[in-house]
Design a protein around this ligand. Structure first.
Ligand SMILES: [Zn+2]
Ligand SMILES: [Zn+2]
Length: 244
């Protein structure tokens, strides 16, 4: 018994000698292996599915690279309500798994890791933007989840790019799950979902989200912002999913 207590004390003592950084600080957020001071390790960065071949307008992945400036069929048919959308990754492993962990298992440390990867895109393509707008959750969803993943992405971006975060857009409709709905059903489901107050103190907001699926959410939010008087709306998300 005494020996067991002594052993336990020795073990506890040993545990307290381990610096927190040894356990968590250098672990890659995607694979859990040593990341040498980075949030995502180099091998994981290498295999992340990059969305390199995309429509210059809506950012959706396209099969073959088009001549410069040629838009996808959907954008040629109808200009989206936003000017420009970008998502640097496909919604595929390990990006999809990490985004699900962030959203459904509350692993909020993943947000600044992805924000770090969005920052160069923000600088390169959205230099005209003057505010960040996280896609708002309906307040019931916000209460249940306890956080808004889009806002979690916005906070480190706001700090690094010195842009304000606009929180005053409200999601007035609890839309439920969008998955399994067709594009027109999604539009109907989301119609009038967002309300932005007028006289917003900026002109070129960029909507921030975790995943773009059909662009319907961004389109509806863009419409609310344009109605509130902004000049243009852009969209920046971590991943583009055309199959959700
Ligand atoms: Zn890794
Ligand atoms: Zn397009």
């Amino acid at each position: 018994m005494l020996l067991a207590v002594a052993a336990h004390q020795a073990e506890t003592h040993h545990m307290f000698n381990v610096k927190p950084g040894d356990l968590f600080g250098d672990a890659c957020l995607l694979c859990g292996l040593l990341a040498k001071g980075a949030r995502i390790c180099a091998p994981c960065l290498d295999v992340m599915p990059r969305n390199d071949c995309f429509c210059p307008c809506c950012g959706q992945p396209v099969m073959t690279r088009q001549p410069d400036g040629v838009r996808c069929a959907a954008c040629q048919r109808k200009q989206p309500l936003f000017d420009l959308a970008r998502a640097p990754f496909h919604y595929a492993f390990p990006v999809d798994a990490a985004l699900k962990k962030m959203k459904f298992r509350r692993q909020l440390a993943i947000a600044p890791a992805f924000a770090e990867l969005l920052l160069p895109v923000l600088h390169a393509e959205f230099s005209h933007c003057d505010a960040l707008v996280p896609v708002p959750l309906h307040r019931w969803r916000h209460v249940t989840r306890g956080f808004n993943q889009a806002r979690e992405l916005c906070m480190p971006l706001s700090k690094a790019a010195n842009l304000p975060v606009l929180d005053s857009v409200v999601r007035v409709k609890a839309t439920g799950s969008q998955s399994g709905l067709s594009a027109s059903e999604r539009r109907k489901n989301l119609h009038g979902a967002f309300v932005a107050r007028h006289n917003l103190p900026f002109r070129h907001p960029v909507i921030i989200d975790d995943v773009i699926t059909t662009g319907t959410t961004s389109g509806q939010l863009a419409q609310a912002l344009l109605r509130a008087g902004v000049s243009s709306v852009s969209v920046l998300a971590v991943a583009y999913s055309s199959t959700l």
